[in-house]
Write a protein that binds this ligand. Structure first.
Ligand code: NI
Length: 185
């Protein structure tokens, strides 16, 4: 099932999402639906709040990327815990399916260590670096109610204010199904 993607301005993107209890919901089915939704929108990461569910889960799929090292990066993260972030901060241009047509450089630490469960409820503790870490950091922010635009300078934020308001009213071009938070008059 392909869900509409919630866009900037929807309060669900600002909530701190809650842990999933095993048995609460069918995480295998939900992860399949999230992969399908992400693929339809040509994304490389999608967090549950982006389909209107305030739960701690996200999926990643690096296969659309040119970099061959990203092609094995197809994963489900359930109840992830970021236990360490280190290494030098580096800038990388980020975008977000919930903020269409805006891309900006964001600086984040290069390495992370993460605890999480996969879709079979198998626990993992793993290190990631580079672009893989970056995608996880971006998705992890989503389940904390944080968007990549929050990391920009006050000047950049002012520059983007009008565009972000337009997105919340559905005034943008987008080639996937979205849920518009504010009905424009
Ligand atoms: Ni995003």
């Amino acid at each position: 099932m392909i869900y509409p993607i919630v866009v900037y301005g929807d309060p669900v993107l600002r909530q701190k999402a809650v842990d999933i209890e095993p048995g609460d919901l069918d995480v295998k089915q939900l992860s399949e639906d999230m992969f399908e939704t992400m693929e339809a929108a040509h994304g490389v990461g999608l967090a549950a709040p982006q389909i209107g569910k305030s739960i701690r889960m996200f999926v990643v799929d690096g296969r659309p990327m040119e970099d061959e090292n990203m092609h094995d990066f197809v994963k489900v993260f359930i109840n992830p815990q970021l236990i360490e972030e280190n290494g030098e901060e580096w800038p990388f241009e980020e975008g977000c399916l919930s903020i269409p047509n805006i891309r900006e450089e964001v600086s984040r630490p290069k390495k992370i260590r993460l605890k999480y469960f996969d879709e079979n409820w198998t626990p993992h503790e793993e290190e990631f670096d580079g672009v893989k870490a970056r995608i996880i950091q971006h998705e992890y922010d989503h389940i904390e109610g944080v968007l990549f635009t929050d990391h920009l300078t006050p000047f950049k934020k002012r520059m983007l204010k009008g565009k972000l308001q337009n997105i919340s009213k559905g005034k943008m071009k987008v080639d996937y199904r979205v849920a518009i938070p504010v009905k424009s008059k």
